[in-house]
Design a protein around this ligand. Sequence first.
Ligand SMILES: Cc1cc2nc3c(=O)[nH]c(=O)nc-3n(C[C@H](O)[C@H](O)[C@H](O)COP(=O)(O)OP(=O)(O)OC[C@H]3O[C@@H](n4cnc5c(N)ncnc54)[C@H](O)[C@@H]3O)c2cc1C
Length: 460
Amino acid sequence: MSGEIIDLAVIGAGPAGMAAATVAADLGLDVTVFDENPAPGGQIYRGIEAVATKRASDLAMLGPAYEAGKTIVSAFRASKAKHQPNTSVWLVQKDRQLGIASGGRASMVQARRILIASGAQERPVPIPGWTLPGVMLAGATQGLLKSAGMVPSGPVVLAGNGPLLYQLGAQLAAAGAKVTALLETEARYGAALQHLPGAIASGGYLAKGLGLISAIRKAGVPIRRNVTGLKAIGKDHVEAVEFAANGRAWRLDCEVLCLHQGVVSNAQLTLAIPAKHEWNEAQRCWRPVTDAWGNTDLEGIAVAGDCGGIGGAEAAAHAGRIAACEAARALGKIDAPQRDTRASGDRSAWERHLRIRPFLDALYPPSRAIAVPADDVTLCRCEEVTAGEVRAAVRQGGTGPNQVKSFTRTGMGPCQGRMCALTVSEVIADQLGKSMAEVGTYRVRFPIKPLTVGELASLE
Ligand SMILES: Cc1cc2nc3c(=O)[nH]c(=O)nc-3n(C[C@H](O)[C@H](O)[C@H](O)COP(=O)(O)OP(=O)(O)OC[C@H]3O[C@@H](n4cnc5c(N)ncnc54)[C@H](O)[C@@H]3O)c2cc1C
């Protein structure tokens, strides 16, 4: 460790982390933002600076919500906050030491406060054949589109539910991809209806969603609803997708199948420290328990943005600014009334943006048949463990994900449980007739990112 102590270490340069760092630096804190990506932007604004300067013609295809990232990124660049790109945070301790790795070397950093703004990740979509090459999560396809302008050359099918699927459909259609169909697995309009007033009050989200659906339809992409029994078919690569809809069986040829069932909080860091978490039934994921300022139960460690509960990019930016005001108060730069005044605009905007969530959560729940798949479906891709093997481990006395992990090795591969944790717990909960809150999740251990022996050895 260098001996230097920074005021505020921010983990993640997405909208939450960038907005937090900009405000915190403005309030006089010494701030460093660590992010494993090469440039600021996070998931939604991935590669925005490079696209705006080198591929400006792609901005129209990626849409106005993406282009909006230019403002927040340039404010962050113009601030006094320091940015350490290509740096992964593999350890966070209760005494606010961080373990970071960059360029093949690891080091420790001491901070007075830590803001975890690690964002969201896609929910796993374990259907039969999902491990075939050519089957991708929608966000990964979108990541390639944003960062490298890569567009699938063969036929593409999108399947699942959630706003990102429609966003990707509109972007791929605008990019000239051959999108054969969008297969919607679940949309509960009846359940969502009661939340319509909140959705309307949240701003332009409904109009944005309808605009995406209309763009997909205008591009001639059929949208099939109430799709069940999704299967990716192929030998060495996905060749087709099979499903049932409108009372009949379908088969569509494709070279790329993009799956999506919404995003969930990326809580690996907060689970590993560990901060206190709760099961969010509406979003069907774990989230750290926080107060109104993003503070966790751990002294000086706060969260902002989607890692604290899915709220979307704009809510994330407001939450980041709110957390920055609290950091400045906690470190004596402003007092509580000044914090409250400075954060009040962000707080009301944050609350307004969150009003869309109950509508979206009710409209697009993850499909039960996918969340709790049949015995022959692989749940843990790294260790190639099937749902049937997890069920067998439960029959042998495994009462939760940690016992099942030691029986079957689920969650012990390179992704460290990110991709299987939710499904493994869903399968166990279903078999034992218990709730997810009762069954729990993996005990996450540091390092939460792969660390080489060379990197470890480089630690001073
Ligand atoms: C794949 C994907 C694609 C999405 N695309 C869209 C979209 O097109 N439109 C839309 O409205 N919403 C999209 N979303 C949702 C959107 O990303 C979020 O609502 C918004 O970006 C949340 O902002 P955030 O700042 O909380 O997190 P993010 O934008 O996710 O930023 C988190 C940052 O933290 C970094 N990070 C995480 N862990 C570590 C670590 N241990 N060490 C170092 N860095 C770390 C990540 O690299 C990332 O840059 C997407 C979500 C996902 C998962």
